[in-house]
Design a protein around this ligand. Structure first.
Ligand SMILES: *Cc1c(COP(=O)(O)O)cnc(C)c1O
Length: 377
């Protein structure tokens, strides 16, 4: 077949962090220089300031900065004493860390299928997955929309297991008026650059309502030492750098504006896909969706992705392999067909550009290019 060249009318990357930086460059540069001038690179007022601000923003009594969202999950599991012999139930469809952290804590992940509309754990399937070995449930708030925290926390209370919220993609999202990270025993956040609140590198945060649990997380992130050099627990080094904290404090002030812009962009896509053969993201009326991703469901997903790529539009597949089908989990014994909704999502979904700085013209171009494909296939 002869190579076909298509002239892209414009370029729309999946995410444009340079546009965000251009918008807040003065504040960002000042924040970085403030830390450089202070030479307080570990701990200090930027880190404690961000912890207080994220706790308040997320309706939590406590927040503890750490090195990444992955570490937030691992610290949470360890603070709850999850380890060898324990099972942790989570959805079969997420970023790998939601399950990898369980294994790194020494425990065994148990997967439940997802709700095909929200892509979050199907709360109706949770109770059947709980056994006497279950120590915790990790509810992931995928793409920026909370899991059904009412149903999930009811099951956790009834069966006496801990609830961890993986809110890595969901800072500021809400379920029945309660912010992500504030409902479970511990909440885990990521400041990876592609999240709604992204650092200039890695970073994470654990939130808690209970002071004793928060204290355990705080202890574990610094080798379990209190005072310094006296170790009650074996922890790790998982701190949030002061430079990252200073950057995140600047960005936190803009977060609501950005999340609202994402929601506006999503509403425009929804409207432009009206009547098209495009499965639009479901928005649960009980929650606030912050649209970390705008994920559509289509037949011929891979061909559509290529069609868009050739026309200058960045997309991503989150995620091509569901957790229960990852090679490293083969020993858990799951097979193809065990989690049909997660498997269908892995085959049929595609994330489109949704970042706040998108122009209406770009959104219209993306939607028209999607429809050009779906209307003719
Ligand atoms: C990004 C993400 C994580 C991990 O965060 P890192 O900061 O990249 O380690 C965990 N869970 C989910 C659902 C994520 O999207």
């Amino acid at each position: 077949m002869a190579a076909m060249t298509v002239k892209a009318a414009m370029t729309v990357p999946l995410l444009d962090l340079k546009a965000q930086y251009a918008d807040i460059k003065t504040e960002m540069d000042a924040a970085v220089h403030r830390v450089l001038d202070s030479a307080r690179f570990i701990g200090g007022p930027e880190v404690s300031g961000l912890e207080e601000e994220v706790a308040r923003y997320s309706q939590c009594a406590h927040a503890i900065g750490c090195a990444s969202g992955t570490d937030a999950l691992l610290l949470a599991l360890r603070a709850l004493d999850v380890g060898p012999g324990d099972e942790v139930v989570t959805g079969a469809y997420s970023f790998f860390a939601s399950a990898g952290a369980v294994v790194n804590a020494g425990a065994t992940p148990v997967f439940v299928d997802i709700d095909p509309a929200s892509y979050n754990m199907d709360a109706h399937r949770l109770e059947a997955a709980i056994t006497p070995r279950t120590k915790a449930v990790i509810a992931v708030h995928l793409y920026g929309q909370c899991s059904d925290l009412t149903a999930i926390s009811a099951v956790c209370e009834k069966r006496n297991v801990w609830l961890i919220e993986d809110a890595a993609q969901a800072i500021g999202s809400e379920w029945e008026g309660r912010r992500a990270g504030s409902v479970g025993d511990l909440g885990c956040f990521s400041f990876f650059p592609s999240k709604n609140l992204g650092a200039a590198g890695d970073g994470g945060m654990v939130t808690a309502q209970d002071a004793a649990l928060a204290d355990r997380v705080r202890l574990l992130r610094e080798h379990g030492a209190r005072p310094k050099y006296y170790h009650a627990l074996v922890g790790t080094n998982s701190r949030l750098d002061a430079v990252q904290a200073a950057i995140l404090r600047v960005k936190l002030k803009h977060l609501d504006r950005w999340s609202e812009a994402r929601a506006r962009n999503a509403a425009l896509y929804d409207q432009l896909f009206e009547g098209a053969r495009v499965g639009r993201p479901y928005r649960d009326p009980r929650g606030r969706h912050i649209y970390n991703q705008y994920v559509i469901r289509v037949a011929g997903r891979d061909a559509l992705r290529q069609h868009l790529g050739e026309r200058g539009i960045g997309t991503e597949v989150y995620y091509p392999v569901p957790l229960h089908r990852q090679q490293c989990f083969a020993t858990l014994g799951y097979g193809e067909g065990d989690m049909p909704q997660a498997e269908a999502a892995a085959r049929e979904t595609l994330a489109l550009p949704i970042y706040p700085e998108l122009t209406e013209e770009q959104i219209r171009y993306v939607a028209a290019t999607v429809r050009e494909f779906t209307d003719s296939h």
